[in-house]
Design a binder for this molecule. Structure first.
Ligand code: PMT
Length: 223
C-alpha cells in the first residue's frame, strides 16, 4: 500500500507522439519522445496513485507500478483514454497528438509518379482531452499546450477551448527544453492563476507538477 498525495487515486496519463499512417510503411508524426509523460506517470505512482499510462510509440521503459497501454494513432489513443478514464480522479494529456491524419490510408505502398508533386489530403483527428473533459465525470483534466510563440496567450485560449481545469504551457521553440530534451520549463495555468516552473529535469518537474495537481484536483469540485 503506497502512501502519498495521490494515495489510492486513479490517474490516467497520455504520453509520446501519435502516428498517422499514409500507407503500410509511412506515417505523419512529431518529435515527442514520451519523456515528460513517462516522468509524470512515475511521479504519480511514487505519490501513491494507480496509474494507467497510455503511450504512443516510444522507446522508454515502463515505470514501476504503472500499467501501460500502447497505442499508435490518435483514434486508438482516444478509445483507450475514454475507457481508462471511466473512474478516474486525474487525467493528464501530455501526449503530442497529431491534429490531422491522412484522409485516405493506402492499402499498398504509395508509388512515385515521375516528377509530379504529391498532394496529401488531411482530416482532423478528434480532440482527446476535450472529449474526456466533456464527459460527465468528476475527473480533473489537465492539458499541455506546446507553443512556439505567444505561449501564455495561446495556452490560456486552449484551456478555455478544451474545457480543462488546468493547462501546462510549454514553450517548444528551443532544443534544451520541450520536445525530446531531458529538461523542461512550463507555466501551470488554472482559475487560481499562473505558476512558473522554470527549467529543471523532467523527472523533477514531474514531481513538482504532481504535487501541485494532487492538491488542486482534491480541492476542485467538478459537477
Ligand atoms: O515527449 P517529450 O519529448 O518529453 O516532450 C514533451 C512535450 C513537449 C510533448 C509535452 O511536454 C507537451 O507539451 N505535450 C503536448 C504536446 C501537444 O501536442 O500539444 P498541443 O498544444 O498540440 O495540444 C494541446 C493539448 O491537447 C495536449 O494536452 C494534447 O495532448 C491534447 N490533444 C491535442 C490534439 C488532439 N487531437 N487531442 C488532444 O488531446
Amino acid at each position: 500500500f503506497a502512501s502519498g498525495a495521490l494515495s489510492g487515486r486513479r490517474v490516467v496519463i497520455t504520453a509520446g507522439p501519435t502516428r498517422e499512417a499514409l500507407d503500410p510503411v509511412r506515417y505523419l508524426s512529431n518529435h515527442s519522445s514520451g519523456k515528460m509523460g513517462f516522468a509524470l506517470a512515475e511521479a504519480a505512482a511514487e505519490a501513491g496513485a494507480k496509474v494507467v499510462l497510455i503511450s504512443g510509440p516510444c522507446a522508454l521503459p515502463t515505470p514501476d507500478r504503472v500499467e501501460r497501454i500502447d497505442v499508435i494513432s490518435a483514434d486508438q489513443m482516444l478509445a483507450a483514454s475514454l475507457e481508462a478514464t471511466g473512474n478516474c480522479h486525474l487525467f493528464i494529456a501530455a501526449a503530442a497528438v497529431c491534429d490531422y491524419r491522412p484522409a485516405h490510408r493506402s492499402a499498398q505502398k504509395l508509388k512515385k509518379h515521375g516528377d509530379e508533386s504529391l498532394k496529401l489530403e488531411l482530416v482532423q483527428n478528434p480532440d482527446i482531452v476535450a472529449t474526456v473533459a466533456a464527459q460527465k465525470k468528476p475527473t480533473y483534466c489537465v492539458a499541455f499546450a506546446a507553443e512556439t510563440e505567444r505561449v501564455l496567450d495561446y495556452a490560456r485560449a486552449k484551456r478555455a477551448r478544451k474545457g480543462v481545469e488546468c493547462i501546462i504551457a510549454n514553450d517548444v521553440s528551443g532544443t534544451d527544453t520541450g520536445f525530446n530534451s531531458d529538461d523542461n520549463a512550463v507555466t501551470l495555468i488554472d482559475e487560481e492563476g499562473e505558476i512558473l516552473l522554470d527549467k529543471r529535469s523532467k523527472t523533477q518537474l514531474a514531481r513538482d507538477l504532481i504535487a501541485l495537481l494532487a492538491t488542486k484536483s482534491d480541492s476542485t469540485e467538478k459537477s
